[in-house]
Design a protein around this ligand. Structure first.
Ligand code: HEC
Ligand code: HEC
Length: 264
């Protein structure tokens, strides 16, 4: 196996986990990189998720609003030099609200979080999107199929002739691998809220923190509830994928990927 493909697989789940919400950033081992303020990144993460996550996605890779992690603005930003003005002034006509009252330290925390996400993405995307398929295809499709139908339990939610039909044409090889391990989380969390007087409200979760949960419905309504006054059951359709991330071996990922590449 080449060093490059090995490092892709090794770095993929870890850096994607880092890009996800559950894990605290780890200090990086390379001394040449600037030391990151872990506390600021942590505060920025929760601030970002409650203030910006609804539109830009909790991991900043985009949802209703664009991916910030790969935006040129972030790329060229130094300590908020470019992000600050966008946040303060907004681009109201394009759907980006202004946050004139955001405090400087809050903004700097958010900026630290965004730079952290960009670093994590950079590490996971070390292999370019047009990286030759043959070098990624080190697994065995038949073993992947067996895992898909067996230990992986993938066929409980997916079918090669249904929602994964033609998946290999939908993404470049590198993207397919990323989507397989860490699918984009659009509209994948729903919840049932039961109020004190017994009303049941079900919808997509658009905001969720220790104080408030907000839901929207397919026909456009939206409501929010104080968390301490209602009963909440969250259903996260990607929970299975998070769980899989702890179970996959490198070999499973190679084999599954080889199998999915046959779905043209
Ligand atoms: C209501 C949805 C919404 C919220 C909330 C929101 N944004 Fe945005 N944001 C947008 C949209 C839509 C755009 C794209 C505007 C455009 O096309 O120029 C955008 C653009 C941006 C850009 C420019 C990206 C680029 O490459 O040009 C930055 C930076 C940004 N937002 C940061 C933030 C931050 C930080 C927060 C939280 C403090 C936030 N946004 C909250 C909707 C939102
Ligand atoms: C409990 C349900 C569930 C299980 C089990 C599950 N997934 Fe998923 N998977 C989802 C959901 C939900 C999505 C995101 C919505 C979507 O893209 O269809 C998703 C997305 C994906 C995607 C991206 C699809 C796309 O079009 O972007 C791939 C690839 C994928 N899963 C592969 C797998 C594999 C391989 C397994 C088994 C190792 C697996 N999934 C197990 C629910 C599941």
């Amino acid at each position: 196996m080449t060093l490059l493909s090995r490092s892709l697989i090794l770095c993929l789940p870890v850096s994607l986990l880092l890009a996800g919400q559950a894990h605290q950033p780890k200090p990086t081992a390379k001394s040449s990189e600037p030391v990151e303020d872990v506390a600021a990144v942590g505060r920025g993460r929760s601030n970002f998720q409650s203030t910006c996550g609804f539109c830009h996605g909790n991991d900043a890779t985009g949802s209703r609003a664009p991916d910030l992690v790969r935006s040129t603005i972030l790329n060229h930003d130094e300590n908020g030099s470019l992000i600050g003005p966008v946040v303060h002034g907004g681009r109201v006509e394009k759907g980006m609200p202004a946050f004139p009252n955001i405090k400087d330290d809050q903004l700097l925390d958010i900026v630290a979080f965004l730079h952290h996400q960009a670093n994590a993405a950079l590490k996971s995307a070390r292999v370019p999107g047009d990286y030759p398929l043959a070098k990624l295809l080190t697994g065995k499709a038949d073993l992947g199929k067996a895992y898909f139908e067996g230990a992986g339990g993938c066929n409980g939610c997916h079918s090669p002739t249904g929602n994964l039909a033609g998946i290999a044409n939908k993404y470049s090889p590198v993207d397919l691998q990323q989507h397989m391990v860490y699918p984009s989380a659009k509209n994948t969390r729903t919840a049932v809220v039961t109020t004190r007087d017994g009303e049941r409200v079900e919808g997509h979760v658009t905001h969720d923190d220790e104080f408030t949960i907000a839901l929207t419905g397919d026909d456009g309504w939206s409501r929010s509830f104080p968390r301490d006054e209602v009963k909440v059951e969250v259903n996260d359709k990607l929970a299975a994928h998070r769980d899989l991330m702890n179970r996959y071996t490198d070999a499973d990922i190679h084999n599954l990927f080889a199998y999915l590449e046959t779905l043209k």
